[in-house]
Design a protein around this ligand. Structure first.
Ligand code: UD1
Length: 422
C-alpha cells in the first residue's frame, strides 16, 4: 500500500488548478442510464472513485470511454443489458446506489446491492428508497440487495425528505425525469452538485425547476436525449487547497475556484484571519500573520459549512490561537482523524458530535493512518505545518477523491512524496 511523506517546509506560493467535482461526476455518470443517446462529460476528475463508477456502469452494459487522459468521459447506455448492480463493485463506493433511480425509471426494474463506502457512520439509504416508493416503485430488500420494480413505469408524486440528503435527492431527481406526471421534491438538498445534475438533465431534455432551492419540481418526459456537460469545479478540493496556505502561510491561487461554491467556508476563513480574494482565474488565499485565530464550526447541508471540509478545518484549528469547537451535524462518526492529529501533538477532546480543539504553536511530524477520504487529506495538511516528517499510511482513501495531490502541492513548494510499496 502506498504512503505519502510530508515534510514541513514553510510558506507556499503559486497556483493550484481545481479539478471537476468528484461528487458531481459520480451523479452525472449514472444519468447516462436514463437515455439511449450519448452523454459526454467534460472537466471530469481523474480519480479511483470515477473508475469504480465506470466499472459499475460497464457491468450494466453501458459504454464508458475515457478521452484526454480521463478529463472527458464519453458514456452511452444504448445497450443496457444487465439490471443487477453487484455487491463486489457497489461495496467499494456508496455512490453506486445512484444507478438505482435511473435504471428503474428507464426500464421499470433494477436490482442494486446495498452500498458500503467510507466508514463515517451508519449511512443508510432509506431516504433513497422512500423517495422512489413515493413515485410508485415496488421495493423489496433481500440478501443485501434492493429489488426494485415499477412495471407500468414510475409516476410523479410529492415527497418531503425528513432530513436533507444529497444522494437521495439526486436519485429521486433522476428517476422523476422519466416518471409520468409531476414530481415535487420538498426539503431537497441544495448543493452545487444537485444544481449541476439538474443542468445536465435539462440539457438531456428534462423539465426541472427549482434546483438550488429546497423545492424541486420535475415534469416527467417520455424520453431523454444526449448531451455534453462540463462538471462543476470541486468545492471540496477547492476548500482543501485553500487551507494549505492558511495552515503553513504564503499565497496560493486556486484556479477555477468560485466564491459561491464555498461561501460559508470562506466566512470562517475570514474570521480566522485568512485573506481570500477573487481573481480573474479563481480564488487567491493568503496568510501573512503569525497564527490564525480559533473559530467555531458547525457542519450543515449547503449553503452551510460542508461536512467534507470539517477534517481539513480541524487541521487548521490545531495550530490556531485559542480554542475552537467543531460540531459535526451530518455524520455521527466523523472524527476519526482526531486521534491521528493528536499523534502529531494536537490537543483535541471529542465528546459525541463535538470536538474541542485547543491550538498549539507547533505540530510534530509522526506516522499516521488515513481512516477515510477527507481525514487523509487533513493529515497531509497538518503534515505541511508540522516540524519534521509525517508519513500518511493507507492513502488509497486519498486517491478516491484527490487527483495528483503530490504534484499539486509540490508545485506550490510543499515537500511531499509518494512511497510506493512495489
Ligand atoms: C454526499 C457526498 C458526501 C458528503 C455528503 C454530505 C457524494 C458521492 N457524497 O453523500 O461526500 O459528505 O453528501 O454533504 O456526493 N441519510 C439517511 N438516509 C438516507 C440517506 C442519508 O439517514 O437514505 C443520512 C446520512 O446518514 C447523513 C445525512 O443523511 O447523516 C446526509 O447524508 P447524504 O446527504 O445522503 O450524504 P451522501 O449523499 O451519502
Amino acid at each position: 500500500m502506498d504512503s505519502i511523506v510530508v515534510t514541513g517546509n514553510g510558506p507556499l506560493k503559486g497556483q493550484i488548478p481545481i479539478a471537476g467535482a468528484k461528487n458531481a461526476c459520480l451523479t452525472l455518470m449514472p444519468a447516462t442510464l436514463l437515455s439511449e443517446e450519448p452523454l459526454t462529460l467534460t472537466n471530469a476528475p481523474r480519480l479511483s472513485d470515477i473508475k469504480t463508477m465506470s466499472t459499475l456502469l460497464q457491468s450494466l452494459g453501458a459504454e464508458v470511454t475515457q478521452m484526454q487522459g480521463g478529463k472527458v468521459l464519453a458514456l452511452s447506455s444504448h445497450n443496457l443489458n444487465n439490471h443487477v448492480a453487484d455487491y463486489d463493485i457497489v461495496r467499494k463506493m456508496r455512490a453506486s446506489i445512484l444507478v438505482l433511480g435511473p435504471m428503474l425509471a428507464r426500464d421499470g426494474h433494477a436490482v442494486v446491492s446495498l452500498p458500503g463506502g467510507c466508514a463515517i457512520g451508519a449511512r443508510p439509504v432509506d431516504l433513497h428508497l422512500k423517495a422512489l416508493e413515493a413515485m410508485g416503485a415496488d421495493l423489496d430488500l433481500r440478501e443485501g440487495y434492493v429489488h426494485a420494480k415499477a412495471p407500468g413505469g414510475l409516476r410523479g408524486g410529492t415527497f418531503e425528505f425528513p432530513i436533507v440528503s444529497v444522494g437521495a435527492t439526486e436519485n429521486a431527481l433522476m428517476a422523476a425525469t422519466l416518471a409520468k406526471g409531476t414530481t415535487v421534491l420538498k426539503n431537497a438538498a441544495r448543493e452545487p452538485e444537485i444544481v449541476d445534475l439538474a443542468q445536465c438533465l435539462r440539457r438531456m431534455g428534462a423539465q426541472i425547476e427549482g434546483e438550488g432551492t429546497s423545492t424541486i419540481t420535475i415534469q416527467g418526459v417520455e424520453r431523454l436525449g444526449g448531451a455534453t456537460h462540463p462538471v462543476v469545479p470541486d468545492r471540496i478540493e477547492l476548500g482543501t487547497y485553500m487551507l494549505a496556505p492558511a495552515i503553513c502561510g504564503g499565497e496560493v491561487e486556486c484556479l477555477g475556484g468560485r466564491i459561491e461554491l464555498v461561501e460559508a467556508f470562506c466566512e470562517r476563513l475570514d474570521a480566522a484571519g485568512v485573506t481570500v480574494e477573487e481573481t480573474e482565474n479563481g480564488l487567491k488565499v493568503s496568510r501573512r500573520n503569525a497564527r490564525v485565530r480559533a473559530v467555531d464550526v458547525i457542519t450543515e447541508p449547503f449553503p452551510g459549512f460542508p461536512t467534507d471540509l470539517q477534517a481539513q478545518m480541524m487541521a487548521l484549528m490545531c495550530t490556531a490561537e485559542g480554542t475552537s469547537v467543531l460540531e459535526e451535524r451530518i455524520f455521527e462518526n466523523r472524527f476519526m482523524h482526531a486521534p491521528e492529529l493528536m499523534r502529531m501533538g494536537a490537543r483535541i477532546d471529542v465528546q459525541g458530535g463535538t470536538a474541542t480543539v485547543t491550538g498549539v504553536e507547533h505540530l510534530k511530524g509522526a506516522p499516521v493512518m488515513a481512516t477515510d477520504l477527507r481525514a487523509s487529506v487533513s493529515l497531509i495538511l497538518a503534515g505541511l505545518a508540522a516540524g519534521g516528517e509525517t508519513v500518511v499510511n493507507r492513502v488509497y482513501h486519498l486517491d478516491r477523491g484527490y487527483e495528483s495531490v503530490e504534484e499539486k502541492l509540490g508545485n506550490v513548494g510543499a515537500k511531499i512524496e509518494r512511497i510506493s510499496d512495489q
